[in-house]
Design a protein around this ligand. Structure first.
Ligand SMILES: [Zn+2]
Length: 259
Protein backbone atom coordinates (compact mmCIF):
# COMPACT_ATOMS: atom_id res chain seq x y z
CA UNK A 1 0.00 0.00 0.00
CA UNK A 2 1.39 3.46 -0.76
CA UNK A 3 2.41 5.42 2.32
CA UNK A 4 0.82 8.79 3.01
CA UNK A 5 3.60 10.85 1.48
CA UNK A 6 3.11 9.25 -1.95
CA UNK A 7 -0.52 10.34 -2.00
CA UNK A 8 0.42 13.91 -1.05
CA UNK A 9 2.97 13.84 -3.79
CA UNK A 10 0.34 12.53 -6.24
CA UNK A 11 -2.04 15.31 -5.12
CA UNK A 12 0.63 17.88 -5.90
CA UNK A 13 1.56 16.30 -9.24
CA UNK A 14 -2.07 15.91 -10.33
CA UNK A 15 -2.79 19.52 -9.36
CA UNK A 16 -0.15 20.62 -11.86
CA UNK A 17 -1.76 18.45 -14.55
CA UNK A 18 -5.47 19.17 -14.15
CA UNK A 19 -5.82 21.90 -11.49
CA UNK A 20 -7.50 25.10 -12.66
CA UNK A 21 -8.66 23.37 -15.83
CA UNK A 22 -11.97 22.06 -17.11
CA UNK A 23 -11.84 18.30 -16.84
CA UNK A 24 -13.60 15.63 -18.86
CA UNK A 25 -14.36 12.67 -16.60
CA UNK A 26 -15.33 9.22 -17.83
CA UNK A 27 -15.33 5.64 -16.59
CA UNK A 28 -13.94 3.37 -19.31
CA UNK A 29 -14.64 0.36 -17.09
CA UNK A 30 -18.20 1.56 -16.42
CA UNK A 31 -18.20 1.06 -12.63
CA UNK A 32 -17.81 4.79 -11.97
CA UNK A 33 -20.17 6.03 -14.72
CA UNK A 34 -22.67 7.64 -12.33
CA UNK A 35 -19.96 9.41 -10.34
CA UNK A 36 -18.19 10.58 -13.47
CA UNK A 37 -21.38 12.22 -14.73
CA UNK A 38 -21.51 14.39 -11.58
CA UNK A 39 -18.13 16.02 -12.20
CA UNK A 40 -17.69 15.70 -15.96
CA UNK A 41 -17.00 19.14 -17.46
CA UNK A 42 -16.44 20.89 -14.10
CA UNK A 43 -13.23 22.78 -13.27
CA UNK A 44 -10.89 21.00 -10.85
CA UNK A 45 -10.19 23.89 -8.47
CA UNK A 46 -7.56 22.07 -6.42
CA UNK A 47 -6.44 18.72 -5.06
CA UNK A 48 -5.43 17.62 -1.59
CA UNK A 49 -4.73 14.57 0.52
CA UNK A 50 -5.82 13.33 3.91
CA UNK A 51 -3.61 10.40 4.86
CA UNK A 52 -3.90 7.94 1.98
CA UNK A 53 -7.05 9.56 0.60
CA UNK A 54 -6.70 11.77 -2.45
CA UNK A 55 -9.31 14.47 -2.94
CA UNK A 56 -10.01 16.38 -6.15
CA UNK A 57 -12.19 19.42 -5.48
CA UNK A 58 -14.42 20.71 -8.30
CA UNK A 59 -15.99 24.12 -8.79
CA UNK A 60 -19.51 22.65 -8.70
CA UNK A 61 -19.09 21.80 -4.99
CA UNK A 62 -18.37 18.10 -5.58
CA UNK A 63 -15.24 16.25 -4.52
CA UNK A 64 -13.79 13.12 -6.06
CA UNK A 65 -12.46 10.87 -3.30
CA UNK A 66 -9.93 8.18 -4.25
CA UNK A 67 -8.27 5.59 -2.01
CA UNK A 68 -5.97 3.28 -3.94
CA UNK A 69 -5.96 0.42 -1.44
CA UNK A 70 -3.47 -2.39 -1.95
CA UNK A 71 -3.54 -2.80 -5.71
CA UNK A 72 -4.68 0.53 -7.13
CA UNK A 73 -2.47 2.91 -9.08
CA UNK A 74 -2.43 6.05 -11.21
CA UNK A 75 -1.21 6.41 -14.77
CA UNK A 76 -0.53 10.01 -15.80
CA UNK A 77 0.34 11.05 -19.33
CA UNK A 78 0.66 14.34 -21.20
CA UNK A 79 -1.76 14.87 -24.07
CA UNK A 80 -2.31 13.33 -26.52
CA UNK A 81 -2.88 10.24 -24.37
CA UNK A 82 -3.47 6.70 -25.59
CA UNK A 83 -7.02 5.37 -25.34
CA UNK A 84 -7.73 4.19 -21.77
CA UNK A 85 -7.30 0.57 -20.83
CA UNK A 86 -10.50 -1.37 -20.18
CA UNK A 87 -9.72 -1.72 -16.47
CA UNK A 88 -9.54 2.06 -15.97
CA UNK A 89 -12.07 3.01 -13.31
CA UNK A 90 -11.88 6.73 -14.05
CA UNK A 91 -10.10 8.93 -16.54
CA UNK A 92 -9.66 12.64 -15.79
CA UNK A 93 -8.74 14.57 -18.88
CA UNK A 94 -7.59 18.19 -19.04
CA UNK A 95 -6.30 20.06 -22.06
CA UNK A 96 -2.75 19.16 -21.08
CA UNK A 97 -2.84 15.80 -19.26
CA UNK A 98 -4.70 12.59 -18.57
CA UNK A 99 -4.91 10.97 -15.14
CA UNK A 100 -6.13 7.36 -15.11
CA UNK A 101 -7.25 5.77 -11.87
CA UNK A 102 -6.93 1.98 -12.02
CA UNK A 103 -8.01 -0.63 -9.48
CA UNK A 104 -8.75 1.73 -6.56
CA UNK A 105 -10.38 0.60 -3.35
CA UNK A 106 -12.58 3.70 -3.34
CA UNK A 107 -13.53 6.04 -6.16
CA UNK A 108 -16.58 8.09 -5.27
CA UNK A 109 -18.05 11.58 -5.50
CA UNK A 110 -18.72 13.43 -2.23
CA UNK A 111 -21.06 16.40 -1.84
CA UNK A 112 -20.66 18.98 0.93
CA UNK A 113 -22.54 16.89 3.53
CA UNK A 114 -20.63 13.66 2.88
CA UNK A 115 -17.41 15.67 2.73
CA UNK A 116 -18.07 16.99 6.27
CA UNK A 117 -18.66 13.42 7.48
CA UNK A 118 -15.41 12.38 5.81
CA UNK A 119 -13.46 15.05 7.71
CA UNK A 120 -14.85 13.80 11.02
CA UNK A 121 -13.87 10.21 10.25
CA UNK A 122 -10.15 10.92 9.84
CA UNK A 123 -7.67 12.29 12.32
CA UNK A 124 -5.63 15.40 11.55
CA UNK A 125 -3.33 15.07 8.59
CA UNK A 126 0.37 15.40 9.22
CA UNK A 127 0.97 17.27 5.99
CA UNK A 128 -2.03 19.58 6.18
CA UNK A 129 -1.52 23.27 5.37
CA UNK A 130 -3.42 23.92 8.61
CA UNK A 131 -1.90 21.34 10.98
CA UNK A 132 -3.88 20.35 14.05
CA UNK A 133 -1.52 18.39 16.33
CA UNK A 134 -3.55 19.09 19.48
CA UNK A 135 -6.47 16.97 18.23
CA UNK A 136 -4.16 14.00 17.52
CA UNK A 137 -2.33 14.40 20.83
CA UNK A 138 -5.60 14.46 22.78
CA UNK A 139 -6.75 11.26 21.08
CA UNK A 140 -3.45 9.50 21.81
CA UNK A 141 -3.43 10.54 25.47
CA UNK A 142 -6.95 9.18 25.98
CA UNK A 143 -5.95 5.72 24.83
CA UNK A 144 -4.54 2.66 26.55
CA UNK A 145 -3.54 1.23 23.17
CA UNK A 146 0.15 0.98 22.29
CA UNK A 147 1.54 4.00 20.46
CA UNK A 148 2.57 1.79 17.53
CA UNK A 149 -1.07 0.90 17.00
CA UNK A 150 -2.35 4.47 17.45
CA UNK A 151 0.05 5.88 14.85
CA UNK A 152 -1.48 3.61 12.22
CA UNK A 153 -5.08 4.39 13.25
CA UNK A 154 -6.45 6.83 10.68
CA UNK A 155 -9.04 8.08 13.17
CA UNK A 156 -6.19 9.29 15.37
CA UNK A 157 -3.73 10.63 12.84
CA UNK A 158 -3.49 10.55 9.05
CA UNK A 159 -0.34 9.96 7.09
CA UNK A 160 1.77 7.31 8.80
CA UNK A 161 2.40 3.97 7.14
CA UNK A 162 4.28 0.94 8.37
CA UNK A 163 7.80 2.07 7.47
CA UNK A 164 7.42 5.54 8.98
CA UNK A 165 5.92 4.02 12.12
CA UNK A 166 9.03 1.94 12.83
CA UNK A 167 11.38 4.77 11.93
CA UNK A 168 9.73 7.52 13.93
CA UNK A 169 9.47 5.46 17.10
CA UNK A 170 13.15 4.59 16.81
CA UNK A 171 14.15 8.21 16.17
CA UNK A 172 12.15 9.32 19.21
CA UNK A 173 13.41 6.36 21.30
CA UNK A 174 9.86 5.32 22.15
CA UNK A 175 9.07 1.66 22.81
CA UNK A 176 6.30 0.67 20.36
CA UNK A 177 4.24 -0.90 23.14
CA UNK A 178 4.15 2.23 25.32
CA UNK A 179 0.53 3.18 25.95
CA UNK A 180 -0.72 6.41 24.43
CA UNK A 181 -1.83 7.66 27.85
CA UNK A 182 1.73 7.30 29.20
CA UNK A 183 3.28 9.78 26.74
CA UNK A 184 3.37 13.42 27.81
CA UNK A 185 2.35 16.35 25.65
CA UNK A 186 5.88 17.61 25.03
CA UNK A 187 6.99 14.18 23.81
CA UNK A 188 3.97 13.81 21.53
CA UNK A 189 4.50 17.31 20.19
CA UNK A 190 8.08 16.40 19.32
CA UNK A 191 6.83 13.15 17.75
CA UNK A 192 4.31 15.10 15.62
CA UNK A 193 6.92 17.65 14.51
CA UNK A 194 9.41 14.98 13.48
CA UNK A 195 6.76 12.92 11.66
CA UNK A 196 5.67 15.99 9.73
CA UNK A 197 9.25 16.86 8.81
CA UNK A 198 9.96 13.29 7.64
CA UNK A 199 6.83 13.21 5.51
CA UNK A 200 7.76 16.55 3.97
CA UNK A 201 11.09 15.04 2.96
CA UNK A 202 9.17 12.05 1.56
CA UNK A 203 7.01 14.31 -0.61
CA UNK A 204 9.97 16.39 -1.74
CA UNK A 205 12.11 13.43 -2.82
CA UNK A 206 9.23 11.04 -3.55
CA UNK A 207 10.93 8.43 -1.41
CA UNK A 208 11.09 7.44 2.25
CA UNK A 209 14.28 8.93 3.67
CA UNK A 210 14.50 8.84 7.43
CA UNK A 211 18.25 8.68 8.04
CA UNK A 212 19.05 12.22 6.89
CA UNK A 213 20.98 10.95 3.86
CA UNK A 214 19.34 13.20 1.27
CA UNK A 215 19.99 12.54 -2.43
CA UNK A 216 21.87 14.96 -4.64
CA UNK A 217 19.91 16.91 -7.25
CA UNK A 218 18.53 14.65 -9.95
CA UNK A 219 19.65 11.46 -8.19
CA UNK A 220 17.01 8.71 -8.07
CA UNK A 221 17.10 6.71 -4.89
CA UNK A 222 15.04 4.10 -3.05
CA UNK A 223 14.21 4.00 0.62
CA UNK A 224 16.82 5.07 3.15
CA UNK A 225 15.88 3.87 6.61
CA UNK A 226 17.52 3.35 9.97
CA UNK A 227 15.79 0.32 11.38
CA UNK A 228 12.98 -0.85 9.11
CA UNK A 229 13.91 -4.27 7.67
CA UNK A 230 17.44 -3.89 9.07
CA UNK A 231 19.21 -6.60 11.09
CA UNK A 232 21.02 -4.31 13.53
CA UNK A 233 20.42 -0.95 15.17
CA UNK A 234 22.66 1.79 13.72
CA UNK A 235 22.76 3.52 17.12
CA UNK A 236 23.81 0.70 19.46
CA UNK A 237 24.65 -2.12 17.04
CA UNK A 238 22.28 -4.43 18.92
CA UNK A 239 19.86 -6.83 17.23
CA UNK A 240 16.65 -5.35 15.87
CA UNK A 241 13.53 -7.14 17.09
CA UNK A 242 10.95 -8.02 14.47
CA UNK A 243 7.35 -8.58 15.61
CA UNK A 244 3.76 -8.34 14.39
CA UNK A 245 1.28 -5.67 15.42
CA UNK A 246 -2.11 -5.33 13.74
CA UNK A 247 -0.91 -7.78 11.05
CA UNK A 248 1.97 -5.49 10.02
CA UNK A 249 5.62 -6.14 10.74
CA UNK A 250 7.16 -3.89 13.32
CA UNK A 251 10.88 -3.36 13.91
CA UNK A 252 12.35 -1.91 17.07
CA UNK A 253 15.52 -1.77 19.14
CA UNK A 254 14.89 -2.96 22.72
CA UNK A 255 18.06 -1.21 23.91
CA UNK A 256 17.43 2.26 22.48
CA UNK A 257 13.64 2.42 22.58
CA UNK A 258 12.89 2.52 26.25
CA UNK A 259 10.53 5.47 26.72
ZN1 LIG B 1 19.68 0.47 19.47
Amino acid sequence: MPEGHTIHRAARDHRAMIGGQRVAVMSPQGRFAEGAAQIDGAVCSTTGAVGKHLLYHFDNGKTLHVHLGLGGYFVCTPQPADPPREVTRARLESATHTVDIIGPNTCEVLDSATMDAFKLRYGPDLLSDTPDPDRAIARIQKSKAPIARLLMDQKVISGIGNIYRAEILWLQRINPMTRGMDLDTAKLRSLWDEMRALLQVGVEYNSIITNGDLPKAGQQIGERTNIFAQPTCPRCDGDVVKSKLSTRTLYHCPTCQVL
